[in-house]
Design a protein around this ligand. Structure first.
Ligand SMILES: [Zn+2]
Length: 342
């Protein structure tokens, strides 16, 4: 890509981290396409700017919609004149080479096949890098940490298994527009249990101002218009938060009402086929039937799983069958409704 420099500082720059040789060997048969095993990143703005925002996607290999959106955002930033960058922005469109590989060849983008751990749950920074496949979580953690360590704002872009857009943040504030995403899960003060990498970083990195994990909609196809729509939302958010100094035209209305709360997960209490009784994003009353599991023998009785509070289902399992104990649906339990002042 075109490189521009100004005052010996970075404006638009493309770089990549190359996984070491042992990693590549560990990837198996398709190592000839070496470009697949690089982490590319793109920097915009001046490094000396106080606000540094790190934006990554595709930590889970199957979440390719988020990558498409970040690549479109990259085009928007490339078109932005250098003088408008009030910040230092780093884009990482595909952060996890292991999960790309696993998803492409084995259909699994979420879990480290070596130990069954979710890629977004294990962050063992500071441990030594190893080429042992069991240590891929550690390796990935160290790589991402090397990319992120100087940044004080984080946007981690995901795509749920099958769901509507929602967002996790450490602290909700009414003076921000949150990408127009209506469903907000607020961590509150960092706790011992961390849901994802952004939250873990927040706990361990005292200089981080804000960590946001966005789940883009996955109940729709990755049509170009949807990709453009979300890239535009991200770009506008960069502008409205002052990372890019531009005026926003307000012709595109975005949601100003937010549902802020916590999440509750429901699991299958038996094996079978799932039958849902709701639409994603629909208000479900306390005691309403969320889903049934139809057992494989079709003989045993089946009982619906009921919603235990008023809330909004935001994402569901992508597979239509479950084993007992599998996760089925996540519901946003609303603590309060908030209105943006922007
Ligand atoms: Zn994800």
């Amino acid at each position: 890509m075109k490189k521009q420099t100004y005052d010996s500082e970075i404006y638009n720059e493309s770089k990549k981290i190359i996984l070491n040789e042992n990693y590549q060997k560990g990837m198996g048969k398709n190592t000839s396409n070496i470009d697949n095993y690089m982490i590319h990143y793109f920097d915009f703005g001046r490094k000396r700017n106080k606000n540094k925002i790190y934006i990554q996607s595709q930590l889970h290999g199957n979440e390719t919609f988020s990558t498409l959106v970040i690549l479109e955002l990259k085009k928007l930033l490339e078109k932005t004149p250098n003088r408008y960058f009030n910040s230092f922005i780093r884009l990482v469109p595909r952060i996890n080479p292991y999960s790309w590989h696993e998803y492409l060849y084995n259909g699994n983008g979420r879990l480290n096949p070596a130990n069954g751990k979710d890629w977004n749950r294990s962050f063992e920074w500071g441990q030594s890098i190893s080429d042992n496949s069991f240590d891929r979580n550690t390796t990935l953690s160290n790589l991402t940490f090397s990319l992120i360590k100087d940044f004080n704002f984080i946007w981690d872009i995901h795509t749920p298994e099958n769901g509507i857009e929602h967002l996790y943040c450490n602290h909700f504030s009414t003076d921000k527009s949150y990408f127009g995403i209506e469903n907000i899960i607020e961590y509150g003060e960092p706790t011992i249990y961390s849901l994802d990498e952004a939250c873990t970083r927040l706990q361990k990195q005292l200089n981080i101002n804000e960590a946001i994990t966005i789940e883009l909609p996955s109940h729709i196809h990755a049509q170009a218009k949807n990709v453009l729509f979300w890239a535009d939302r991200l770009y506008r958010e960069l502008i409205s938060r002052g990372f890019v100094h531009l005026k926003i035209d307000n012709h595109v209305p975005i949601t100003r009402k937010f549902r802020v709360g916590q999440w509750v997960d429901y699991y299958a209490d038996k094996s079978g086929i799932i039958q849902y009784n709701f639409e994603l994003g629909e208000l479900i009353q306390t005691g309403a039937e969320l889903f049934n599991i139809i057992p494989f023998d079709y003989i045993n009785d089946f009982y619906p799983t009921k919603n235990t509070f008023e809330g909004y289902p935001i994402c569901i399992r992508s597979k239509s069958m479950v084993d007992k104990g599998n996760w089925v649906v996540r519901v946003l339990k609303v603590d309060r409704y908030e209105y943006s002042t922007t």
